[in-house]
Write a protein that binds this ligand. Structure first.
Ligand code: TXD
Length: 313
């Protein structure tokens, strides 16, 4: 049986890290695409030379030509600028909108059957744009943010309780912005509500740290943003698709009435399997969580309106 093919569109920090993870986890052959001459080819050659050691036998190549992503089963899109200290994700809108349009056209023409996983920021606007420009079904265009944000929530809770991260379940919904919504009512440690172990005030501090976790890394790195955890999150989504896991993961998915919203992408619990986004699950949120989601959805709607202004300018 032929190996699957994973295209990394954008071979920078996240793209190259995701390529390495895909090879180590045996997801399939890997092609790195970027506009920088030589860079994807150099990273691909370096990755290939890790094969005998790990080992992995998959083919890995680098290219500046979209034709080489032909037949990809998954396209993970990280093309675009990353934040610098003091920048918001929204500050990237105009530049990355132009890049995402170009990337989406390249994918539409060369990998029409791929699941497209958008990573580039501002995430909710970029995945909306990719869905429009590719013209792919809503099931085949999905945004990566919630898996990362939820992992940050789980990490901080596990650190607070000094327990395994595997014993902490948590989910973050809404837009990938400062008003993202940690869902405290479904956060558990060892299956018990986290409110049994951590005081409300401390939980609020932790949840605020989750909202700012991306900026915390940016401020420390000074030259870019997080990439190990975003890459790991994108590969988790790709694996759920390629293995038909039907895994419920928080993803930016296109809403048509779910949670009372329609016509844009928002972070919601999505079942990821061979059909891509196979269904969206509607959790019963507390009144406070629902109102937080409304605020976050409002910001995403404003971001998409700003995107439309940029595209019309
Ligand atoms: O949770 C999330 N979704 C976020 C996403 C988590 C962290 C980072 N987030 C965003 O991902 C970040 O704000 C950026 O918008 C993307 C990619 O972040 P990364 O850290 O990988 O940025 P790099 O290292 O700068 O890589 C971007 C690559 C770089 O190699 C450019 O040459 C390339 O994108 N690039 C392009 N590739 C293809 N086509 C075009 N037009 C293009 N322009 C730049």
């Amino acid at each position: 049986m032929a190996r699957k093919k994973i295209a990394l569109v954008g071979a920078g920090n996240i793209g190259a890290t995701a390529a390495h993870l895909a090879l180590i986890r045996g997801l399939g052959d890997v092609v790195l695409f970027d506009v920088v001459e030589g860079m994807p080819q150099g990273k691909a050659l370096d990755l290939m030379e890790a094969g005998p050691i790990e080992p992995f036998n998959a083919a890995v190549s680098g290219t500046n030509d979209y034709a080489d992503i032909a037949g990809a089963d998954v396209c993970i899109v990280t093309a675009g600028l990353a934040r610098k200290p003091g920048m918001s994700r929204d500050d990237l809108l105009a530049t990355n909108a132009g890049i995402m349009t170009q990337v989406s056209e390249g994918i539409r023409e060369n990998a029409p059957d791929a699941l497209v996983i958008i990573v580039s920021n501002p995430l909710d606007a970029m995945v909306t744009l990719a869905h429009r420009v590719t013209g792919f079904s809503k099931a085949k265009v999905v945004g990566m943010a919630g898996v990362l944000d939820s992992a940050r929530y789980r990490s901080f809770i596990a650190e607070e309780l000094e327990v395994s991260v595997e014993s902490v379940a948590a989910v973050v919904l809404g837009g990938h912005g400062d008003d993202m919504v940690p869902i405290r009512s479904s956060c558990t440690a060892g299956g018990a509500p986290v409110t049994d172990f951590i005081a409300e005030a401390r939980l609020s501090e932790i949840e605020q740290r989750v909202r700012g976790a991306g900026g915390e890394v940016v401020a420390l790195l000074k030259t870019g943003s997080a990439y190990y955890s975003p890459a790991t999150a994108a590969i988790r989504m790709a694996e759920a698709y390629l293995s038909d896991k039907k895994e419920i993961l928080p993803c930016a998915a296109y809403l048509e009435g779910e949670y009372g919203y329609s016509g844009f992408y928002l972070g919601v619990p999505a079942q990821i399997g061979a059909g891509g986004v196979e269904k969206i699950l509607e959790y019963k949120l507390t009144a406070d969580e629902a109102s937080q989601l409304e605020v976050s959805a409002g910001h995403v709607r404003e971001l998409v309106e700003a995107l439309d202004k940029v595209l019309d300018s």
